[in-house]
Design a protein around this ligand. Sequence first.
Ligand code: G3P
Length: 219
Amino acid sequence: MKFFLDTPNLEQIQEAQSLGIIDGVTTNPSLMAKEGITGKENILNHYIKICELVDGDVSAEVISTEYEGMIEEGEKLAALHPQIVVKVPVTKNGIKAIKYFSTKGIRTNCTLIFAPGQALLAAKAGASYVSPFVGRLDDISHDGLLLVEQIVDAFNYYGFETQVLAASLRSTLHIVRCMEIGTDVVTCPLKPILGLLDHPLTDKGLKQFLDDHNKANTL
Ligand code: G3P
């Protein structure tokens, strides 16, 4: 299972990269704005900085909702760096753009997936990734992880090469459930990933080992 970091924050990306467990980065226009990264040139430069920090795929989202605009923006984003994956919303124009990008060898991440049929169309169009939003479904009392499971099962059944990238993950348990489902990729902030390490018996066991060692060696 691949781990992507869902942030444009360079310090957080650096920290995750130094742990050696990060396979890529996802961003979206809200996250960029929250980090204070504004203006066309700054945004494009920021994507390059992220690509230089991590070894894997970096999702960069188009802002246009029109087909021509998506193509123009997506080609510009893809030309920035070989690690860039163009993030496109699952609209009619988005599906058409994904098809165009797939014929041009430009990789895509189809975003804002909230239903299995949306993922199916994105895969048919040749998306490299589909991003079901788990937390946002949970927020409205729908089972976000059930959606991930439905997509993973369908893609396995039909042999689609499109990878399922579980997004909008909010907790460590979301990650563990995605592992059980067989999700290709999870994306979230660093905190829930580090939560995977936490176990009181590990802390207790380590303390016991060190206490026993110290006792035996100070006699
Ligand atoms: O990757 C999508 C993600 O950024 C959305 O997360 O927490 O805003 O639902 P959230």
